[in-house]
Design a protein around this ligand. Structure first.
Ligand code: NAD
Length: 341
């Protein structure tokens, strides 16, 4: 893309959309030119904060009438597929909030359409731009933990409670994207159990087990029906272990120089015992940056370069395939389900 100034429009101005307007407005050579929302009060709220925005109740008018080069879609998940498709057909580049869509067929269609129209399609997996998560990736890439056995994630809070998707689609989409990013792969098989207490058929919480290649076992606990806000991942390797806690005050990562060693048993040849090795605990210094701004910058750079390597449509589709398998397992009371490849 050759334009020196990039025009952005935001579709969906509820809880999250205004954060995108703020993030994109903070860059030089970027103009946020328009916003759309079917809710008049939500539109007026962003109009008050950003008086230069052109406002539309119908996003199709925004696509047809503005000179936006790219749109950010921050509407409920159930609407993503149709809006992404319309935006690509209007030759806009797209940053769509997670998850890309509900069904893998929808995801396949928009990924193919983006390629056909030569447009960038990115999924807003904001944790892939979190400095703590990027540090974890570095540790794994350089083999600091040794062979990784397990990754366990907890993502709980009281609310926000959604109606169009369950806690798996809403919350576990983050953890699956993180695990796929960290391992550079996607799970082969998923089993999930969950419960819908607040709304019939919409699971408020789930326990999801993911089998990755190389015998790596991962687990995700998600809930919007929990008293405590937790954003935590534990990674266990054969050399070291660590915990990432996004809400920790001292630093998001704690490295445990711990492991299990095999010691020979007295004089009995060939016998051994497994002993815990207890080493130092350290907290690396990490320069933090607002992940949403880092994500916006990456999208803008991607538009200028004409390509993305992180969080593109294809990786968003891989997440949807895992969510779909988790949903199939949920409805079969935890039966393992293979992930479509
Ligand atoms: N990355 C993150 O950490 C994060 C955080 C929150 C939300 N999200 C994602 O952002 C998206 C929106 O979430 P939210 O919390 O802002 O939801 P929300 O319900 O608060 O806001 C959605 C907005 O979209 C509007 N809308 C609905 N249908 C529309 C349509 N057809 N055209 C135009 N506007 C329409 C609604 O009126 C509402 O204002 C979801 O996909 C969610 O998963 C991501």
């Amino acid at each position: 893309m050759s334009q020196s100034v990039i025009n952005i429009a935001v579709i969906g101005c509820g809880h999250w959309g205004p954060n995108h307007i703020r993030a994109f407005s903070s860059f030089p050579n970027v103009r946020v030119v328009a916003a759309a929302d079917i809710s008049r009060p939500n539109l007026e709220r962003v109009g008050k904060a950003y008086p230069d925005l052109a406002l539309f109740e119908d996003y199709r008018r925004l696509l047809a009438e503005t000179d936006a080069h790219a749109v950010v879609i921050s509407t409920p998940t159930s609407t993503h597929h149709a809006i992404v498709r319309d935006a690509l057909l209007a030759d806009k580049h797209v940053l769509v909030e997670k998850p890309l869509c509900r069904a893998s067929e929808e995801g396949e269609a928009v990924v193919a359409l983006a390629a056909e129209r030569g447009r960038i399609l990115m999924v807003g997996q904001v944790f892939l731009f979190n400095r703590g998560i990027l540090k974890l990736k570095e540790y794994l890439q350089f083999g600091d933990l040794g062979r990784v056995y397990t990754m366990v994630s907890t993502r709980t809070n009281l609310g926000p409670i959604r109606k169009d998707v369950n806690a798996v689609y809403d919350l576990a989409s983050h953890d699956i994207a993180i695990f796929n990013f960290l391992t550079g792969s996607a799970p082969i098989e998923v089993s999930a159990s969950g419960a819908a207490y607040l709304q019939p058929g919409v699971e408020d919480l789930a326990f999801i087990t993911l089998r990755y290649p190389s015998d790596l076992l991962a687990h995700v606990h998600v809930s919007w029906l929990n008293p405590r806000k937790v954003r935590e991942i534990t990674i266990v390797g054969d050399k070291k272990m660590l915990v990432w806690d996004d809400l920790a005050t001292v630093g998001p990562i704690c490295i445990y120089d711990k492991g299990v060693v095999r010691e020979p048993y007295y004089e009995d040849y060939g016998q051994f015992q497994l002993l815990a090795r207890e080493g130092d605990i350290s907290i690396p210094r990490i320069q933090l940056e607002e992940p949403l701004k880092a994500q916006a910058r990456y999208f803008l750079d991607g538009l200028r370069r004409g390509s993305l390597t992180v969080s593109d449509g294809k990786s968003g589709l891989e997440v949807v395939r895992v969510l779909e398998a988790a949903q199939a397992s949920l409805s079969q009371r935890g039966l393992p389900v293979s992930v479509k490849s």
